[in-house]
Design a protein around this ligand. Structure first.
Ligand code: MN
Length: 261
């Protein structure tokens, strides 16, 4: 008899975040669930890993509607969580790794800063189909519609798999489920953050800086992740960790690379 699928769940908002509770609840019944997530929030740590400190994994009470599931809170980053889970914590190789549901969008350039996406990327590097889910609202709202969307997308990936090395970055608009228009397959919008560091003084009169900024979409395309969520669609962007700029290979090959000159 084929074993039930094993689904590993992580995030970057921390093991007590509402989004990971909703994501695990949404997966209830699709397979066996194991949760390995950061003890504390790790938003915007990107693909950081912990190398100069020990990493600890503490068993954690975690409930889904059908009962308790195995869970660990880890003193590390999202990428640490997936690495550690795969090496030491999972009872067998997971069939799917999902990350989220992040509280806030991970569209456009934000993918590169996202711990949520990095948990899924780490799984993809390790050869497991993976999906990152984000709910496109900063603070407040609820994860009900996002959970329903996540369940359906996870079911499709469990059934059909993904091309090795490719993962899905899913952004869900802040709408009631019935108002979501459908799924759009998208590319990353070109964007940037216009940053300004607030400059203040601490009680000892030393200057400190605190990052803040405004997201700027530079892309008018109608097939982008930002366009999709702004227009009521779930955005599904296939991404990969291979950073090679293939379009530049041919032209660079034509340069003179003689370093003996
Ligand atoms: Mn986050």
């Amino acid at each position: 008899m084929k074993e039930r699928p094993l689904i590993l769940i992580s995030n970057d908002d921390g093991i007590e975040a509402a989004g990971i509770l909703s994501l695990a609840a949404a997966m209830d019944g699709l397979g066996d669930i194991i949760v390995v997530a950061p003890l504390h929030e790790q938003s915007a740590v990107g693909h950081a890993i912990t190398m100069r400190d020990p990493v600890r994994a503490r068993p954690w009470p975690f409930r889904v509607p059908s009962g308790q599931v195995t869970a660990f809170a880890v003193t590390g980053t999202p990428a640490d969580c997936v690495k550690l889970a795969m090496d030491k914590l999972v009872p067998r190789k997971p069939d799917l790794v999902i990350s989220g549901i992040n509280h806030g969008p991970n569209t456009a350039v934000n993918i590169i800063y996202s711990g949520t996406v990095s948990a899924a990327t780490e799984a993809s590097i390790l050869g497991i189909p993976a999906i990152a889910f984000s709910y496109c609202k900063w603070g407040g709202g609820d994860f009900e519609a996002s959970g329903r969307v996540a369940r359906q997308i996870a079911q499709r990936v469990l059934k059909g798999g993904l091309t090795p090395g490719i993962l899905l970055n899913v952004n869900i608009p802040d709408l009631p489920f019935d108002d979501i228009k459908g799924v759009m397959i998208t590319r990353q919008a070109r964007s940037k953050w216009e940053e300004s560091f607030a400059e203040r003084k601490d009680p000892y009169n030393r200057t400190y800086y605190w990052l803040s900024g405004t997201f700027v979409n530079l892309d008018t395309g109608e097939n982008t992740d930002v366009f999709a969520v702004e227009n009521g669609f779930v955005s599904v962007t296939p991404i990969h960790h291979d950073l090679t700029a293939y379009s530049a290979l041919d032209s660079l090959e034509k340069w003179n690379w003689d370093i003996t000159e």
